[in-house]
Ligand binder design. Structure first.
Ligand code: PAF
Length: 291
């Protein structure tokens, strides 16, 4: 496995593989790798000739009051993990390499970037799409692997790829969970043991909603009320949003008569966590429309 800091070195290795017709699989990350990230690398390993993982804590996707400085960084640990799952190249550039003096371009996927996480974290997705497009141009992947844990990010990247005709297939990969259901996230490291126990409320809420929809409840407002009450019963939890939304547009839905994504953002103590699940209403008998 090779570790590169410079754009020109990655470009050169990628060009060598592309010249021989090889496929490039790319996993963009901000490091502090956990089993969720590693599942993406494993999938890329199975499907591609050259596997590139980028590790870059991207300053432009953090708000001024967010955790950029504090974000966990462990390049040595990440290298060992990547090596174990068969990564070929780690690209770990410096901030100066990615944003040299005078850098002045940004990429914004309008509409999708302004909802949900976009409201809570203004400018976040502009930072994400700018860095991801830049990484795509450096790595020139055939396939890029994204976790469904960051569902809105995944949809925004897919839209950017479509809108800009990028010749890259985005591969969505399932959320990897701890045994008690908590979605893996580098930010879970911030949770105290008490908060860690409380954080399972997110997954339990997703399961509760899924059960109720499958039992015939179709009214998104009624379901949201139920989830508010359920999550509200956890003293450490503060709800940011709960949304039943169209899985592509992420517009809220009122009545669940086709597939929806349930998005939740909850603060556990000081730690803001997000999670989601896709819910298919299935063929069960719906409860009547009450409004
Ligand atoms: O999901 C992440 O870790 C980041 O948003 C990404 C895609 C690596 C861009 O910095």
């Amino acid at each position: 496995m090779e570790v590169f800091e410079r754009i020109k070195d990655v470009r050169q290795r990628v060009a060598e593989v592309k010249e021989t017709g090889g496929t490039i699989g790319f996993v963009p990350t901000m490091g502090a790798l956990h089993d969720g990230h590693l599942s993406l690398v494993r999938r890329a390993r199975e499907e591609c000739d050259l596997v590139v993982v980028s590790i870059f804590v991207n300053p432009t996707q953090f708000g001024p009051a967010e955790d950029y400085e504090r974000y966990p960084r462990d390049l040595a640990g990440d290298e060992a993990k990547c090596q174990r799952v068969g990564c070929d190249i780690i690209f770990a550039p410096t901030v100066e390499e990615m944003y040299p003096k005078g850098f002045g371009t940004c990429v914004q996927v309008q509409g999708l970037s302004e909802k949900w996480e976009g409201v809570a974290r203004p400018g976040h997705f502009r930072g994400v799409t700018t860095i991801v497009l830049k990484l795509f141009n450096i790595v020139r992947p055939s396939y890029a692997y994204f976790g469904m844990k960051d569902y809105q990010q995944l949809k925004i990247i897919q839209k950017m790829v479509r809108d800009l005709d990028l010749d890259i297939e985005i591969v969505p990969c399932p959320t990897v969970r701890e045994p008690d259901g908590l979605a893996m996230s580098s930010r879970n490291e911030y949770l105290s043991s008490e908060e860690r126990a409380a954080a399972t409320i997110l997954f339990q809420a997703l399961e509760l909603a899924r059960d109720r929809v499958q039992a015939g409840e179709r009214d998104a407002q009624a379901l949201t009320g139920l989830l508010r009450e359920f999550i509200g019963s956890e003293p450490l939890a503060q709800i940011d949003y709960i949304a039943f939304a169209d899985p592509e547009t992420l517009d809220p839905v009122e009545w669940i008569d086709s597939d929806v994504v349930l998005l939740v953002a909850v603060r556990i103590g000081q730690v803001r966590l997000i999670d989601n699940t896709l819910i298919a209403p299935g063929v069960g008998t719906p409860k009547g429309r009450s409004r």
